[in-house]
Design a binder for this molecule. Structure first.
Ligand code: SAM
Length: 290
């Protein structure tokens, strides 16, 4: 059942040790080597599931290229390997992508073994009905840069998903309010699958007060699921303006196309921007389908 000379990218739990697939356990027990972000944590997980045989090597963001060479040498010799991160899916705000790139470049199979991911877990419990989302991961840690990143996201109509550390949670919500205004809905998903799991939905300002009122709610790991910008009523945009924007978008970057379309048609810039984003999303989806 195990492929020789293959790298398995294995998702592990984000808290509750039972959140791991049967296939993931079979693979972790069978591979010749497991590259793990935190060897001790992975050993703890494997021991909890009765796996003691595996050889573990440490792979983290500061040694990924060097360890990739070692893993490739093992694959060349006919061994199989697994990659796990500390929690959730490797490569998602975690190391792994460099190893995967290098293994693929050498022509060896990379086989994903799906499982927990904090972003998807939070989204599934948010109740947000908007069908599209943008996973951003960690915002910059400094407020100025964070606000600039948020400015770039302000007009997006997609649901936005962020990861955040406990010591920045209040400052992050304050910056979200400063840039997006107080009214946007946010679901805070804290300590998912763990003892103090909390999933709380309110608008940004109410959420800030709720966090400030209870220091316990500021502890642990966080996913923030923030609703996107209101979808502009594109029906208000004339067919001529829509056509102009579509032509410009075919030739120019989005911001420039919107700027020119605004100047040419006299339509509302935010409405044109929102329309441009949805036209781009449609054409990206079409390109993906073909
Ligand atoms: N690879 C992981 C995944 O698939 O979700 C993400 C790793 S990233 C280094 C760690 C961040 O994910 C945390 O700072 C937090 O924002 C989020 N996270 C991980 N586990 C979580 C949990 N149980 N509850 C809430 N957020 C979590």
């Amino acid at each position: 059942m195990l492929e020789k000379s293959a790298l398995y990218v294995v998702a592990t739990p984000i808290g509750n040790l039972s959140d791991i697939s049967l296939r993931a356990l079979q693979i972790l027990a069978a591979v010749d080597v497991v590259a793990a972000e935190h060897v001790d944590n992975t050993r703890h997980l494997m021991t909890a599931h009765g796996i003691t045989a595996a050889r573990l090597i440490s792979l983290h963001q500061h040694n990924e290229s060097v360890v990739a060479d070692k893993i490739i040498a093992l694959l060349v010799a006919g061994n199989s390997a697994a990659l796990v991160s500390d929690a959730g899916t490797p490569g998602i705000s975690d190391p792994g992508a460099i190893l995967v790139q290098q293994v693929r470049a050498r022509g060896f199979p990379v086989i994903p073994v799906p499982g927990a991911c904090a972003a998807i877990c939070a989204l599934s419990a948010s109740g947000i009905t908007q069908p599209h989302f943008l996973f951003y991961g960690f915002l910059p840690t400094k407020s100025g840069l964070r606000k600039r990143a948020l400015e770039d996201l302000k007009a997006y109509t997609h649901t936005l998903i962020f990861y955040e550390a406990p010591h920045r949670i209040l400052a992050c919500i304050e910056d979200l309010i400063a840039v997006f205004g107080p009214e946007r809905q946010i679901t805070i998903a804290r300590e998912l699958t763990k003892l103090f799991e909390t999933v709380h939905t309110a608008n940004l300002m109410q959420t800030l007060s709720w966090l400030q009122a209870d220091a316990n709610q500021q502890k642990g790991e966080f996913v923030l699921v923030v609703s996107g910008a209101e979808v502009a009523v594109t029906g208000e945009i004339s067919d001529q303006a829509r056509y102009t924007l579509t032509c410009l978008l075919a030739e120019l970057p989005l911001k420039q196309a919107v700027k020119l379309a605004t100047a040419i048609t006299g339509e509302n810039k935010s409405a044109l921007y929102a329309l441009a984003l949805s036209l781009k999303a449609e054409s990206d989806a079409d390109a993906h389908d073909t």
